[in-house]
Design a protein around this ligand. Structure first.
Ligand code: SAM
Length: 297
């Protein structure tokens, strides 16, 4: 789909560019926040799987405001982690790292001077292979890695938000989250297409497991399977729980599945992306093509 036709078909895509967000995902976090007030009174925040950085932009705006120096002096910190490099955002420390790697926790804690986080979020999505079962499995592993990190980073009472796909085993994840948090909800922001299985778990009131040294556990490189086994072992039985499904975002806001007609002048003006990718995967292919080295055999 071309840039200008996508502008018309996806109003959130266009609105993101108009408002200066690097991706339309910004609206998902904003709508989750308007429902759950996730971003009030935070000091230390971790944004996992953060590139190109629209969630980090939202976090920077809310935590740092217009006076970044003052916010940093007041010990406010935001750490954003992604496999891809990210261009700078005011008041945000960006780490190019893998959230499944055991050393990543130390790099985050270095920025916090060892202090725990108030909020951990993850909008992670792996590159899709097209093999449905494999994609679902990798996505599930990514969520568990984000959860593992959250258990090692959050303060008691802290909050965790992660993107999920409501596949067949989602009840099991809810049950696991129920062992770690006082309240778990499944939320669907209006900017997330109704036709997609995407949703977000919003977990409030972190309850560390008694007797667990979560930092040592994550730092030791425990696998997600062992982590889940250990979690299960803390309860005599893993109880399936029903979590509330919450639609967030004002009904007056745009419907992400609808096609809108732009006013004539706006329709003619196609907007450039707010931030070009730092190291897009297609860069090498373009370079090879330009130098005549990319040929069909
Ligand atoms: N929330 C972001 C924003 O608002 O701009 C968009 C995130 S994008 C949908 C998903 C990201 O997950 C990609 O940038 C990808 O590189 C990252 N990702 C996937 N697997 C990862 C991993 N193992 N460690 C770190 N980042 C990962």
């Amino acid at each position: 789909m071309g840039k200008s036709s996508k502008d018309k078909r996806d109003l959130y895509y266009r609105k993101a560019k108009e408002e200066g967000w690097r991706a339309r995902s910004a609206f998902k976090l904003l709508q989750l926040d308007s429902q759950f007030h996730l971003l009030d009174g935070l000091n230390r925040v971790v944004d996992l799987c953060a590139a190109p950085g629209s969630w980090s932009q939202v976090l920077s705006k809310r935590l740092m405001g217009s006076d970044v120096e003052a916010a940093l002096a007041a010990n406010k910190r935001i750490v954003s982690v992604d496999l891809q490099p990210m261009s700078a955002i005011a008041g945000v420390t960006t780490l190019q790292a893998d959230i499944t790697h055991p050393k990543t926790i130390d790099r985050i804690l270095d920025v916090f001077g060892g202090e725990p986080a108030d909020f951990v979020c993850s909008d992670g999505a792996p590159d899709v292979t097209g093999l449905h079962d494999l994609d679902e499995y990798i996505q599930a592993q990514l969520i568990l890695s984000a959860l593992q990190l959250a258990t090692a980073l959050l303060r008691p009472g802290g909050k965790f938000v992660a993107k999920i796909f409501r596949g067949r085993d989602i009840d099991l994840l809810y049950a696991q989250l129920g062992l770690l948090f006082d309240k778990v909800s499944c939320a669907k922001p209006r900017s997330s297409r109704a036709s997609s299985l995407e949703a977000f778990v919003v977990c409030e009131g972190y309850r560390p497991r008694p007797g667990w040294d979560a930092r040592a556990l994550v730092g030791s490189g425990v696998s997600t399977l062992e982590f889940v086994e250990k979690l299960r072992a803390t309860e005599s039985e893993l109880e399936r729980i029903v979590v509330p499904f919450v639609a967030c975002g004002d009904l007056n806001e745009y419907d992400s599945d609808a096609t809108y007609t732009l006013e004539k002048d706006a329709a003619r003006l196609s907007l450039d992306p707010v931030q070009a990718p730092v190291a897009p995967p297609y860069k090498t292919a373009l370079e090879l093509k330009r130098s005549g080295l990319l040929r069909k055999t």
